[in-house]
Design a protein around this ligand. Structure first.
Ligand code: ADP
Ligand code: MG
Length: 455
């Protein structure tokens, strides 16, 4: 087949697929996520689409991957494998004729382009605020308000996986860029920061690396705990940090744990990280999870009833990424079959995801092991009959989490510890009480809770 024929087939399939997608997605979502995608090749089995970069790709795949794959298969008339390639930028002249981009609007849009490495969608507008994250959001916003010293600087945000730390950090980058288009904003993951640092050593471009980060008005580093054990990077970061801090530049860091809990992090860095404001994002409650689903579904034309959304919010508790995945799955199903969803349909469609959630439910044994490891004890110490002081508190903590994080009854938990239900009940009450008045207990419980959420 000639190349021109191949191209024609490619374009015809993509045209037909995009028509279907236009009927499924709202105008804004379609313009933001489908228009920039380019058809690259089709060999009769595999259809390749081109996108600009990794960030775009991961969002597109997570959220619209299944919908696009179905639309392409339907357009091609047979099951087609969909692959993506990065590095393809949509030429502007190919913008759809019905939506011409005016010159003035274009320059404004150019200014509004996402800061490097940041996702367009990760803005404050798209971030749902609930009691679990409101303090973190307020702190992030407060940093943007002042140009000079701020009590919230540096801001250290920590919390479990999928709770919105990256989203929030990138929202700050967007807002900072919007507020001052000339601001130098460095947003990057700790891993990227490390790679750049290592590269700079290899290529003897160290001065350039150093200058780059010391010029920043905003230094935003995601997942800073990866700096643990990297002694020379810690040294470098310490100096950069001091430079920026002394010049009242803004420093925001995220992590899965608080600074003092990052093992192998130099004390002087712990105290620098803690010198501003340290805030956490708690696991999201069902109301916030529901609000996120409602917000996310606004992107789609297909509507799902609130009782179904509530079913998802209630069942999928572990992290927002999974919540979004479940919604996408249902939307894909509806886009193919039409009609209305019942709870039974929902349960069937989401079965693999719901099973995953259940299998992520903890066992008492895992809790005992995690708590014992934390205190350098053996599981047998927690389940045995000894009652020295150093064992009493860890044992109560293990019982407390067994009650909070598993669906076991008090007597069942009791028997895992060789105790009766009254001892477990006492432990739960005691921990509830003590964490209100004893900060050490409170912090240990919250550290263990985060560890348990990630096992
Ligand atoms: P983390 O960095 O804490 O692991 P992310 O920021 O990557 O989590 O969030 C995972 C996904 O969940 C992202 O798609 C993000 O946009 C979404 N998300 C998390 N929290 C919220 C929220 N409060 N409102 C809206 N979306 C959220
Ligand atoms: Mg993250």
């Amino acid at each position: 087949m000639k190349n021109s024929e191949k191209n024609e087939i490619l374009n015809t399939i993509w045209d037909s697929a995009t028509k279907q997608l236009k009927n499924l997605l709202n105008e804004e979502t379609y313009a933001q996520w489908i228009i920039p995608v380019l058809p690259v090749s089709y060999d009769g089995k595999k259809f390749i689409l081109g996108v600009s970069d990794e960030f775009f790709l991961s969002w597109l795949q997570d959220n619209f991957g299944e919908i696009i794959a179905n639309a392409v298969s339907k357009a091609a008339g047979k099951k087609t494998i969909l692959n993506f390639e990065i590095g393809h930028t949509h030429p502007e002249e190919k913008a759809p004729p019905e939506k011409p981009v005016k010159k003035a609007a274009k320059s404004k849009a150019a200014k509004k382009r996402a800061p490097k490495n940041c996702h367009n969608r990760h803005t404050f507008n798209n971030f749902v605020v609930g009691p679990e994250n409101e303090f973190a959001v307020a702190a992030a916003k407060s940093i943007l308000k002042t140009d000079g010293p701020s009590p919230a600087n540096p801001l250290f945000i920590y919390g479990g996986t999928g709770l919105g730390k990256t989203h929030l950090l990138q929202a700050v980058a967007h807002e900072a860029a919007e507020k001052n288009p000339d601001a130098v904003i460095e947003y990057l993951s700790c891993e990227e920061f490390l790679n750049l640092y290592l590269e700079s050593l290899n290529t003897k471009m160290h001065a350039r690396f150093r200058n780059r980060f010391r010029k920043a008005d905003y230094l935003l580093i995601d997942d800073i705990h990866f700096i643990a054990k990297k002694t020379s990077l810690q040294e470098e970061f310490f100096n950069t940090f001091n430079n920026l801090y002394n010049a009242d530049k803004k420093i925001l860091l995220t992590s899965d744990r608080r600074p003092s809990e990052i093992n192998h992090l130099e004390d002087r860095l712990v105290s620098r990280f803690d010198s501003g404001l340290t805030v956490d994002i708690q696991p999201l409650g069902v109301e916030t999870r529901m609000a996120i689903l409602q917000k996310k579904q606004e992107e789609h034309l297909i509507k799902i009833d609130n009782n179904i959304l509530f079913f998802i919010a209630d069942k999928i508790t572990s992290n927002v990424r999974r919540l979004e995945g479940a919604l996408t799955r249902l939307l894909t199903f509806l886009s193919l079959k039409g009609g209305k969803l019942t709870i039974d349909d929902t349960e069937r469609i989401l079965a693999p995801m719901l099973e995953d959630e259940i299998s992520t439910l903890l066992t008492v044994e895992t809790i005992q092991k995690t708590v014992a490891d934390h205190f350098d004890l053996k599981v047998a110490d927690l389940t045995g009959n000894k009652r020295p002081r150093n064992i009493a508190v860890p044992r109560m903590m293990a019982m407390y989490f067994s009650r909070k994080m598993t669906d076991k009854s008090l007597p069942e938990i009791g028997s895992c510890f060789g105790k009766n239900h009254a001892t477990v009940l006492h432990a739960v009450k005691e921990m509830d009480k003590r964490q209100k008045v004893d900060n050490t207990i409170k912090h240990t419980l919250s550290l263990l809770e985060r560890q348990l959420q990630n096992v």
